[in-house]
Design a protein around this ligand. Sequence first.
Ligand code: FPP
Length: 224
Amino acid sequence: MNHLKHVAIIMDGNGRWGLKFKNSRNAGHKAGLNTVEKIIKETIKNKIKFLTLFAFSTENWKRPKKEINYLFTLLENFLINRIEELHNKNIKLKILGSKKFSSKLNSLLKLAEKKTSKNTKLQINLALNYGSKSELINAFKKMKKNKTYINEKNLNKNLQTKNIPDPDLLIRTGNTKRLSNFLLWQLAYSEIFFEKKLWPSFNEIDYKKIIKEFKTIKRNFGKI
Ligand code: FPP
């Protein structure tokens, strides 16, 4: 049976769900946050050590300002209201991506990372303003500047995901089959599950089913 240490999720479908059920894309993001909470709980129950959530890509800046502002306000409120609880549950929060937000959000994020940095039960990596191609380019630039020998190990050390094992499992909800510039290097050998449900409709039962199926897969890593 496969050990499951790291789950990565592309939480797709908030906008469509919101339009379909509440006539508003933003309502879909709000509902999506409830799913985030359910999935965190189930991740802890399953003793999974790392959960990486794609919350905002470098390409998402192309969305209308109103939607971007709503998403960031949602995140600010989440941090203000829930960080104490996450901390008490021994959860560590780490941000992947560059923190180029309002000074309020930047400092909330920094504070949350600092406060939870020593926690050990679960590490949640929140990919925010994250893009895999720019992560890779920055890593190569650093290696060139420091005259670092280029190999797999050294590249891993220069990525934002250093010290984080590669995802064993990637789940993308929303009935779309693409990677959208998410962890392109780190997902090289991950098992990928594309889920038809939109993120706000996804729940712990769907998640448990995927985990169960993942555990039965024969993972070869190139061998036979
Ligand atoms: C993709 O759905 C989802 C996002 C760009 C945002 C994800 C945010 C959340 C789940 C809620 C906030 C999370 C935190 C941690 C505060 P989409 O909008 O691209 O959906 P669509 O494909 O239907 O348009």
